[in-house]
Design a protein around this ligand. Sequence first.
Ligand code: SF4
Length: 324
Amino acid sequence: MEQSFPRPRVLISRCLGFAACRYNGQQLQSRVVEQLRDHVDFVDVCPEIEAGLGVPRSPIRLCLQDNAIKVWQPAESRNVTAVLQKAAVDLAQDITNHDGAILKTKSPSCALQDAKIYNGIDNPQFLQRGSGIFGALVLERLGHKAVEDEQRLSNRLLREHFLIKLFAWTRFRAIKIAPRMADLVAYHAGHKLLFLAYNQRRFRLCGKITANHERLPPEEVFLCYEQELGQILQKPFLSKSMINTLYHALGWISEDLSAREKRFIINTIEEYRDERIPLQVVTRLIEAQAIRFNHGYLLGQVLLQPFPPRLNDLSDSGRGREVK
Ligand code: SF4
C-alpha cells in the first residue's frame, strides 16, 4: 500500500543538474538528484554566480592567512572573500524552513566538509579539508536536518539515512505550521518504531515532551520536540537496534501468524542481520502481514514506509565511506 508523502523542500547546489554554472561552464548529473525530482521541491542556488563571478570563471581556492580563511582567485590575483561571503549570507538567510540540503562535494563554496584549504596565498601548500564558505553556513543553520553532499549520497546506507531524516523533518514541518498538541501526539506515535531504532533514550525524552505535564503552550512544546528530533536523527540507526525494532513489530502480529509464517519472517530478519538483504525487504514483508490482518497500529507506523518506496535504490558506490 503506497501512502501519500509530503514534499520536502531541499536546498541544492545549482550545478547538480539545474544549470551549467560551474567555473568551466558545465553542469553535473547526480543519480540521486534525478530520482528525487518527482518527490521533492528543490531550491537551487549558486553562491559563486550570486557573488557575480560569472560563467565561465577562473577557479577559486580557500587559503588560510593570518588565522582567517580567504577566498583567492589565483588567475586574476584577486581576493573574492568579501563578495562570496556576502552572497553566502544572502542565500542562507531563509533556509531554516528547508527540510534538507544536497550540496556539491569539494567545492570551495558549497562543500560541507571536504573543500581543500591551503596554507598561505603565495606558493600555497595543501593544509587540510574543511567546509566551503556557503557549506559552513548551511551546516550552521540547517545541520540538524537532512544535509549531505551528492557524493556521500551514492553510499546506500548514507542515502537511506538521508531520506528517512528528510521525510521525518518534512512531516514535522507540516504540523509545526499551526502547532496543535493532537498533531504532535500523532506524529510521535506514528514514528515510534522508527525512532526506537534510532535512539531509545531520546525517543522517551520526546515522549515526556509530548505528554506536556507542565502544560506549556504548544509553540514551546514544538520547539523542545524539534531540538530532540535533531538529536534522535543525528546519526544513522545501528542495525542491532533496527533488528530489535523489527522483532518488536513482528510481536504485534505474531499471534495471528502460523508457525511456518512466523519462522519465515524471523529468517528474513536474520538475513537482514547478516547483511544479505536490505531493510526494505523485511519492512515490506511485515507490512504485507499488517495489511492482511488490517492491523491499524502497524499500518500507522512510519517505519514501514519512511519515504516513498520509489526512492528505494540498492545501488552503492562501494566507496566505503565512513558512515557518520
Ligand atoms: S559548487 Fe556551488 S558555487 Fe560551485 S558551481 Fe556548483 S552551485 Fe555554484
